[in-house]
Design a protein around this ligand. Structure first.
Ligand SMILES: Cc1cc2nc3c(=O)[nH]c(=O)nc-3n(C[C@H](O)[C@H](O)[C@H](O)COP(=O)(O)OP(=O)(O)OC[C@H]3O[C@@H](n4cnc5c(N)ncnc54)[C@H](O)[C@@H]3O)c2cc1C
Ligand code: FES
Length: 251
């Protein structure tokens, strides 16, 4: 059974409207977390089920996560103030397998950029971050501190590269061949990243987002279709993922 911890909120910042950056004191989670794993958080209020949120970063005794207020659970979570205790289960799931120092293309969209920060830091990375518009651009400074090569893209061209992050990455790939591609974001982005990686025969890992119930493999809410040697296979995103080899996932 996965452990739950009562974690004190030590830092809270609203990065942009409805997007919160939380740091909690959670030494056990901080010490065992792998990049790409997630937390299952009891948000409080009337929301009964825990909500999955990616681990963005860890310190020696702290864990950082960033979330967007979507519905009841995240709205309740956002009401917490520094000093409050939060009930957190984790770290959960299967994270990214990263080779430190390898040449990596790291591409994320929207709330999918958060679990990629540590990969940007641990590899020789070229990072492509996609947001709808300038007001939604977050974590740029953190990524610039982590990597020498960061391209921030906006769909409407209001900031940085004018267009989708996949277009910026495709331009980079015309002259560069990374050892691996890592991605997290909305399904349309993951679909194109998967295609590009497979066309170029570059190993690629994708982090999937799926609605979750238990978070520990017991309820089947999060099942997704995968392929194993051409055969359809259904796997739980909470335990077998959220990170999968791109060749395995059906998008
Ligand atoms: C492994 C994993 C990691 C995640 N990491 C982050 C993160 O780092 N930051 C972040 O902001 N969010 C993250 N999410 C998404 C987050 O879990 C949901 O936004 C949250 O559960 C919504 O809960 P709620 O009670 O506020 O909204 P609800 O009332 O449950 O839902 C509000 C709306 O969001 C939709 N929704 C809820 N959950 C999901 C989901 N998993 N995928 C797509 N649509 C959904 C619902 O269909 C509904 O339309 C992650 C999800 C997964 C599975
Ligand atoms: S969320 Fe229950 S099995 Fe994955």
């Amino acid at each position: 059974m996965k452990k739950t911890y009562q974690c004190r909120l030590v830092k809270k910042e609203e990065l942009c409207s409805g997007l919160y950056d939380f740091t909690v004191e959670a030494p056990e989670i901080a010490q065992s977390a792998e990049t790409g794993q997630f937390l299952h958080i009891a948000c409080g209020g009337a929301s009964f089920l825990r909500r999955p949120i990616s681990i963005c970063d860890t310190g020696e005794t702290t864990v950082r996560f960033i979330f967007q207020v979507k519905g009841e659970g995240t709205r309740e979570l956002a009401k917490h103030e520094p000093g409050d205790m939060i009930d957190i289960m984790g770290p959960l799931g299967h994270g990214f397998s990263v080779k430190p120092g390898e040449k990596a293309a790291v591409i994320g969209g929207g709330i999918g950029v958060f679990p990629l920060l540590k990969i940007a830091r641990d590899t020789d990375s070229a990072v492509f971050l996609g947001f709808r518009t300038k007001e939604l651009v977050v974590l740029e400074e953190d990524f610039r501190a982590a990597s020498q090569n960061v391209t921030v893209c906006t769909d409407d061209g209001s900031y940085g590269y004018n267009g989708f992050a996949v277009a910026a990455m495709s331009e980079y790939l015309t002259e560069n061949r990374p050892d691996a591609i890592y991605s997290c974001g909305p399904a349309p982005l993951l679909r194109i990243v998967k295609q590009i990686a497979e066309n170029m025969n570059i190993p690629c890992q994708l982090s999937l987002e799926q609605r979750m119930g238990c978070g520990i493999g017991a309820c089947l809410t999060c099942v997704c279709e995968t392929k194993n040697e051409g055969m359809a296979k259904y796997q739980q995103v909470c335990t077998c993922g959220p990170v999968f080899d791109s060749k395995e996932v059906v998008l």
